[in-house]
Design a protein around this ligand. Sequence first.
Ligand SMILES: C[C@H](NC(=O)[C@@H](N)CCCCN)C(=O)O
Length: 518
Amino acid sequence: MQKTLRDSAALRWLVLILISSLLFSTYWFYDFYGGIKGLMERGMGISSEEYGRIMSSTTYANVVGMIILGGIILDRWGIRLAGLVFGGLSFLGAIISAAAVAGWFGDDKSTMLIWSIVGRIIFGIGMEVVCVMVTRTIVKWFMGYEMALAMALNIGFGRLGTAMGMAVAPDLAAGGFISPAFSFAAILIGISLVFFIIYIFFDIKIDKQRAESGIVTEEEVDEEKFRFADFKKLITNRSFIYIALLCMVFYSAVFPLLAYAPDLLVNKYGFSYEMGSDGEFLIFGSAILGTAFIFVLLLIFGLSFSMVPRAFKSNTHKLLSFLVISTLFLGYVYVLRDVFSEWLLNGPKTASLIPMGTILFTPIFGSIVDKKGKAATLMMIGSALLVFAYLSLSVFNHVYLGYLGLISLGIAFSLVPAAMWPAVARIVAENRLGTAYGTMFTFQNWGLAAFFWGIGALLDFVNRYRLADIEAGLTNYDYTIPVLMLALLGVISAWLAYKLKQADKLQGYGLENPHTSN
Ligand SMILES: C[C@H](NC(=O)[C@@H](N)CCCCN)C(=O)O
């Protein structure tokens, strides 16, 4: 058969970098607010509830079915047009948000708040459909090749965006001016759109090649398309209902916490928001470039740990490669020991290590699920770890227990997604996965809408008699009750994972079996 562009490994990986840049930049914009929550409150004069309202507004269009509608539009228009329109919407939303905090629409609090919400709503519409579009593009280029690896790398780029956004935003907002952090994040989405436009040339070319060689084009493949009949079937399937509810409850306990984690560490343990010069690693005199370099190296180590030993067949080579990477990693930590010890006392930098850790752990847990199965059991364990994490971060006050809680949170955040997303592929036929993910993301947005806002509202409520003192810098927010509320979500997640395990026993999808037995 005639070769197409996707038969070249170099071109496939180039395509992955071009399209994953969209995930990197949109995850950055989604999550960088967490690194500057305190600065936003002071700079815009907003309360925690209002901060929560801004974060929650990202989901407003999605809770009423925008992701499903976006999926249908993606089916009709194809990757190129839908990518441009929805990527463009996320860029537009980011520009509006940046203009809002820069005071372009007016510099009074309510104008800034309203336009920040408008910006986040538009950004949220674009961002979620971009996620679906990027996954579809990976399937188009990697089906029959390294698809699982490509998907893991793609999510890795997203998590890198989350981590860097949280860690770098306070450096960009130095001196308390939050506007540069917003403009920078919006520009990143603009740059990734340029990368997407470059990708479009490859997309046109491959479609032409496929048409010439008689392979159906993306627009002609209709098994992937959204159908209401499939949707009805899905939401009456017991196992799917439990996994979709688990997706909603679990992510509601994790994503919103990330938006508050730096502030929690600052208020509970007295960590700093802005980095002292001891914690700065300068490249060409720039702390921002230095931080970016540290994160990119962390990403390379994370991916090497999880992928290089696996690439060898013999156990000796596996062990040797693991030892080489470990030695290099220890050298890296040793050289940067002073920087890291400062980072562990800084709220945004410490919190950013949670998404960073998932880059290392998610592929490891993914391969455990592949080899040993036990997907539902692992989701139960991951949810139980959430309970431990949030008890450590709420009712106890010891900072070491706090670190342990953060590590547990990082493991849970790796374990549950690593078991959940492949499990969906067992419950739902491959050509209905798009509909299934769209439905799950919609459920997820319902939970996110409630908890992004709920944590902030509860924080203001439980601290209502101390708010004036908090604003004056005389005392700190008490996060105990809002974090305890998230521990309850962990309990519900564990119960849903248990119900999923029971439903699977009845329906026989084999979630507890290794993937290799298929
Ligand atoms: C794969 C999954 N993605 C999502 O849940 C997206 N709907 C939202 C991403 C928000 C980024 N903070 C994931 O990232 O685990």
